[in-house]
Design a protein around this ligand. Structure first.
Ligand code: DON
Length: 597
């Protein structure tokens, strides 16, 4: 097994105090910190057979354990998903939801949507006060912010549909990690401390994760017996345990007691969906590329394809070149304006996907970009998407409001046969609603991804969204999560995805551009500095790796700039086109760890 522990220099001396482990340290999304690129790995982990790239080494190892036992990429991904629920409680979960993109070695693709849904008793204005104003934290903290979780249904459906192993076998590493425990990393101890105020408001969160206020120390063994028991019941009884068994009864009882909305019926009615992935073809560097990405209720795949289409005729030199950043930022601005207006749950809205991802529509949008000056988001609004040969039909839905926030996690898996999985799942905010059930796991606050208050920013991210994304029972809130894959000349080439709220879309887009358009090696494609523009607010966010000189040039073009510690955490796997080797490129901005064999 080949693995790499990553270093985050300022914390290096703290690691020395931690027994058993040398771990990279990093932070939840949006933390400001010094540039540490000099300590980042320059090369991907290169192996011949299978690779798992995640935020946590123990989770990557759990996936590889399953691959080495003969499991395929889906078996390993399911094992990894359950393991992350144990070792990365801020984002890994069984109380949240997400998306999984699968590409089998024979070329078949599938998209599993295990996004949460609004409970039956949810109402459009449930987070507003009598004056129509958003009640602070109502949609982000506590029992009423929780949407019906999808993760257990999604992971078990993936296993049943594409896996080869038994649920109990792929869950074994997670159960072991929960039961026997693992050493608390500096990252975990720091995150618990940072979240103390929120976590201590809920008795089970305080008891399990804050040790009743005594707090876990780095290196201390962290055991989660309640979670282990829940995972064992799921391993034995399948998803039914979570949706109608003891776990369901625990969730429903605690919801009733604490003013939450989720009922036994909501849980029993939850259904994950298998959807068609989005596909788009490009020529770059003399090769035929296919981009396979996430359909609605993800907004990300549409935005990534729309952006790649706009970028097709635009030369790009890299991210020390202000003009290249400008052109990509203008493309992001337009894709995010469309996201705000058009994207929502496709089961309840007519999302004009074909028009949005049409190359002819991209040409119209390109014509509005000034190569020398920044546009203003006051002037740029959602466009009129149309397919080639058809006129634009009508305009965007009217009211839009601002929304998006801090932790989610992405994992990528490729097996020896060439099957691949990209999955991003989340509790939304770090530690979700901050509520822990007595069954030992956090519940999400995904309700905040709906448009809670038309015309005003939602609590976490500040993205504009339309009334099409308003709260309604059974609806899925719009997401930015964008698991994506690239195929080059018919062969799997790159598996990618990221957390980061709306920054997900920019981080995934840049990883794709770095690999497909700029031809960067795998690790360089992940290390390269990132930037993000989401239309509103009208600002370009720059990572520390974008130079001050480039920032000045961007300002001179008319941009308002803002610095951000990091944008996204991309855990990707590239395939060496010459040797077929798997190139694990985990994100050094966090604990990212690529492990293979
Ligand atoms: O689905 C979404 O778009 C958000 N719930 C994701 C949140 C997120 O990525 C926070 N993380 N860094």
């Amino acid at each position: 097994m080949k693995t790499r522990a990553r270093f985050y220099l300022p914390y290096f001396f703290l690691f020395l105090a931690a027994p058993c482990t040398v771990r990279a340290q990093a932070a939840v999304e949006y933390r400001e910190r010094a540039a540490t690129e000099h300590s980042w790995p320059q090369h991907a982990v290169r192996v011949a057979h299978g690779m798992v790239a995640t935020d946590e080494e123990l989770a990557s190892k759990a996936g590889v354990e399953i691959l080495e036992k003969g499991g395929n990429a889906v078996d390993a991904a399911v094992a990894t998903g359950f393991a992350l629920a144990v070792v990365e409680p801020a984002a890994g979960n069984i109380g949240g939801g997400g998306f999984m993109l699968v590409r089998l070695a024979d070329g078949r693709t599938s998209f599993l949507d295990y996004r949460e849904v609004a409970p039956g008793k949810a109402t459009r204005d449930m987070y507003l006060d009598a004056n129509g104003q958003l009640i602070p934290q109502a949609s982000t903290v506590g029992y009423r912010s929780v949407a019906v979780p999808g993760t257990v249904a999604g992971l078990t459906l993936a296993l049943k549909t594409y896996g080869t192993m038994k649920l109990a076998d792929v869950m074994a590493p997670a159960i072991r990690l929960a039961e026997e425990g693992f050493p608390v990393s500096e990252k975990l101890a720091r995150e618990f401390a940072e979240e103390r105020a929120g976590l201590q408001r809920f008795s089970e969160s305080r008891r399990i994760f804050l040790k009743n206020g005594q707090m876990y120390q780095v290196g201390e063994i962290f055991r989660q017996p309640e979670l282990a028991a829940t995972l064992k019941r799921i391993a034995k009884n399948g998803a039914a345990e979570f949706y109608s068994g003891e776990t369901a009864h625990t969730i429903a009882r605690e919801m009733t007691g604490m003013g939450g909305l989720i009922t036994l019926d909501d849980l029993a009615n939850y259904k994950p969906k298998i959807r068609e992935a989005l596909h788009a073809d490009y020529e770059a560097d003399g090769h035929a590329w296919e981009v396979i990405t996430s359909p609605p209720p993800s907004s990300g795949g549409v935005a990534v394809i729309e952006s790649l289409n706009m970028l097709q005729g635009i030369p790009l030199k890299g991210w020390s070149d202000a003009e290249s950043i400008h052109m990509v930022a203008e493309v992001m601005r337009r894709a995010f304006a469309d996201r705000a207006a058009y994207l929502a749950d496709p089961d309840y809205n007519k999302v004009p996907v074909a028009g949005l991802i049409s190359p002819c529509y991209a040409k119209d949008l390109d014509a509005t970009i000034d190569p020398e000056h920044a546009s203003s988001s006051k002037v740029i609004h959602a466009g009129e998407p149309h397919v080639c040969g058809a006129a634009a039909s009508g305009s965007a839905p009217g009211a839009v409001s601002l929304n998006d926030g801090p932790h989610t996690t992405h994992f990528s898996v490729v097996d020896a046969a060439g099957n691949a999985v990209a999955s991003t799942y989340t509790l939304n905010n770090s530690y979700g609603s901050h509520v822990t059930t007595s069954a030992g796991f956090f519940l999400n606050d995904e309700m905040d991804d709906f448009t809670s208050q038309p015309g005003a920013p939602n609590a976490l991210f500040g993205l504009i969204q339309s009334a099409a994304n308003e709260i309604s029972p059974g609806h899925r809130p719009l997401s930015s999560m964008t698991p994506t894959m690239l195929v080059r000349d018919g062969k799997l080439s790159f598996v990618t995805g990221s957390p980061g709220g709306p920054g997900i879309i920019s981080a995934v887009l840049l990883s794709v551009v770095n690999w497909m358009r700029l031809g960067m090696p795998a690790q360089a494609a992940i290390n390269a500095p990132r930037f993000h523009h989401q239309w509103m607010p009208d600002k370009i966010f720059l990572e520390p790796g974008i130079s001050a000189e480039v920032e000045e040039k961007l300002k001179a073009m008319g941009y308002t700039t803002a610095r951000r510690g990091h944008i996204g955490l991309v855990n990707a796997i590239g395939i060496d086109p010459l040797t077929g080797e798997r190139l694990g490129a985990a994100d050094p901005r966090d604990n990212g760890s690529a492990v293979g064999y």
